[in-house]
Design a protein around this ligand. Structure first.
Ligand code: GDP
Length: 621
């Protein structure tokens, strides 16, 4: 056990995590013979790239022998765990960090630390984990390792790192070229030619896991995996004892007073290089996967049935936000999707629940509609993105916050931390609008170039529909990030005035001519040539009410065009509709249509007649 190191890697997308882990595997000869060494172990998928955070946690492990120094000749196994990078995965982050004793904080020496990794870094420091800092890409001529060094140090101070953590080793690396150094490159650019300094720093500063391999077996389930052949797999770090295939264990759920019946372990896996590898046994300190434990949940303790003791687990946090998911019923249904029926959607959701622990799927009173609840917009948004990339088509209702009873029976609702970066000159309007939505400003940071960063705490409910206003108010120069913070008192009625929609009342193809006529009445979401249907939302009205529009009108083809006005049509670039933007935008009587090749907004009612009826029926309409 003295020879095991468990570390988590924290990195912003593109800072070089994949490249570094690949190099660590390569130089330690961890790629198995015949394996394609070009495989990128921790490669991020397109979704992660778009968002700049890690979503799916992956594991790898390397074996390294010290060739010099006090431990020369000693051989170590270093398990590297990937960390999901967002507060929406809060509990998950913490569970994963509980498996390790240290973190590799990888930072691009040109970009410096990024806000998206702040949350995980804070969690790691709070749990007392020892960081090892790697400033990567120092080979780039535009990199500034000194500045990055200071920024990381500042971050550690801000996040209240303890003394040992502040003493973290800083390494200077080119993951791409495969080297790491304990000092910045010399004036002549000289540097070592290998990663020894990195391995050495990890082995020296990160403590070996504690625990007793001879004690009764104990493991906390940190992650679940699911395989069609083996069923549920419980993954965690063995806290105490040794488990062998064929041994009996008890599964003790987090919320029960006694363990469940004993189960015999049919198969065990360890992690070698980038794969799960079948193994005969696993001991204290090692990260293993146990097959065949159907009753195991995140937070369960797997223990010796003769001497069961439960470990303090972290419960899965309850969902904060829910949407209704249903088959796509728009006239464009089935144009690009492969899986479109409610049965297919249901099966997909049921499969997701097996490993996506914070997700809930429930039936509704309508047989083809499902209530899907998760930890926030990002959590739900990622599932939807994944599904559309797999070829699913469906539509989704406006998200609703999930309230809970608080102290004294008072209702509580979720609040979010919102961080907005914008030019100083636009601060006033943003602060006013967020306050109107019961947001409280926590603090202001002044950044370079007359930019400010504003931190707010706002009820989640109040932020629906706000993003588009924010973009308009900051003329596209502002960016905002939001994430779940905590539950707080119900903020009362939020009479937030939001703009109405421009609703298409005729099917066909949008023409530049008609869009030109509409652009002064609001913000368009589509450009000329877009196929539209009756009931589709093509823009945001500048006013509160909906505006029925016809975007398919055009001058007859036979018209002789004279030079002049018509040819000089200048269309503004339409506002891009992202999945999250769409979810925030829609009202009760609207849906987001999600297909592999498009995200569209629509009214539930697809004809002018029905929409009129709806408006008459709704109290405010
Ligand atoms: P990840 O998203 O954090 O896994 O980042 P990748 O490992 O995929 O790297 C992102 C990009 O940065 C790729 O184009 C790499 O080739 C490049 N990169 C990674 N490490 C270095 C480095 O040390 N120096 C330079 N110049 N480029 C690097």
């Amino acid at each position: 056990m003295k020879h095991i190191r468990n570390i988590a890697i924290i990195a912003h997308v593109d800072h070089g995590k994949t490249t570094l882990v690949d190099q660590m595997l390569r130089v330690t000869g961890s790629f198995r013979a015949g394996k394609d060494v070009g495989t990128r172990v921790m490669d991020s998928n397109p979704l992660e790239r778009e968002r700049g955070i890690t979503i799916f946690s992956k594991n790898a492990s390397v074996r390294w022998s010290a060739s010099a120094g006090p431990n020369a000749g000693e051989s170590y196994k270093i398990n590297i765990v990937d960390t999901p990078g967002h507060a929406d995965f809060g509990g998950e982050v913490e569970r994963i960090l509980r498996m390790v004793n240290g973190v590799l904080l990888l930072v691009d020496a040109f970009e410096g630390p990024m806000p998206q990794t702040r949350f995980v870094t804070r969690k790691a420091l709070e749990l007392g984990l020892q960081p090892v800092i790697i400033l990567n890409k120092v080979d780039r001529p535009d990199s500034d390792p000194d500045r990055a060094h200071d920024q990381v140090l500042e971050l550690l101070l801000e996040l209240e790192a303890n003394d040992a953590q502040l003493d973290a080793p800083f390494l200077y690396a080119s993951a791409k070229a495969g080297w790491a150094a304990a000092e910045p490159p010399g004036p002549g650019g000289e540097h070592p030619s290998d990663l020894e300094a990195l391995f050495e720093a990890v082995v020296r500063t990160v403590p070996a896991p504690a625990g007793d391999p001879a004690a009764p077996f104990q493991m906390l389930v940190s992650t679940l995996d699911y395989s069609p052949y083996l069923g549920r797999m419980a993954i965690g770090r063995v806290e105490n004892g040794t488990l062998a295939v064929g041994d009996s264990v008890a599964v003790w759920p987090l919320d029960q007073d006694a363990p469940l019946a004993r189960v015999r372990v049919p198969k065990l896996y360890g992690f070698e290089a980038m794969e799960k590898v079948e193994t005969e046994s696993g001991s204290a300190g090692e990260i293993i996967a146990i097959a065949g434990l159907e009753g195991a949940e995140i937070g369960s303790t797997i223990c010796d049935p003769e001497q069961p003791t439960r470990m303090a687990g972290i419960a899965v946090e309850p969902p904060t936000l829910s949407v209704e998911m249903r088959p796509n019923t728009s006239p464009f249904s089935g144009r690009s999707g492969q899986f479109v029926t409610s049965r297919q959607i249901r099966e997909r959701l049921e499969r997701e629940v097996l490993s996506n622990v914070a997700l809930r799927v429930e039936d509704t009173d309508q047989p083809d509609r499902f209530r899907v609840s998760g930890r926030g917009e990002l959590h739900l948004g990622i599932l939807m993105e994944q599904m559309r990339r797999e070829g699913f088509e469906f539509s989704v209702s406006r998200p609703q916050v999930i309230t809970r009873p608080g102290e004294g029976g008072r209702i509580e609702e979720p609040y979010e931390e919102m961080v907005a970066d914008l030019p100083e000159s636009m601060m006033g309007v943003v602060i006013r609008k967020v306050s109107e939505r019961r947001g409280e400003m926590q603090h202001v940071e002044h950044a370079e170039g007359a930019m400010v960063r504003l931190h707010f705490l706002v009820p989640t409910r109040a932020l629906f529909g706000y993003r588009s206003e924010f973009l308009t108010d900051t003329r596209g120069e502002g960016t905002m990030h939001r994430q779940f913070a905590h539950y707080g008192p119900w903020a009362g009625d939020l009479t937030v005035r939001t703009n109405g929609a421009m609703v298409c009342m005729a099917a066909g193809t949008a023409t530049g001519y008609s869009l030109f006529g509409l652009q002064e009445r609001g913000t368009l979401f589509i450009g000329p040539g877009t196929a539209v249907y009756d009931g589709m939302i093509v823009g945001e009205n500048a006013r509160e009410n909906d505006l029925e529009v016809n975007v398919t009108k055009g001058k007859k083809q036979t018209n002789v065009r004279s030079s002049g006005a018509d040819d000089a049509i200048v269309l503004e670039t339409p506002r891009e509709i992202t999945l999250e933007g769409a979810l925030e935008f829609i009202r009760e009587d609207e849906l987001v249509e999600i297909t592999p090749d498009a995200i569209r907004l629509r009214k539930r009612a697809l004809t002018t007649h029905e929409r009129k009826k709806d408006r008459r029926a709704s109290p405010g309409g």
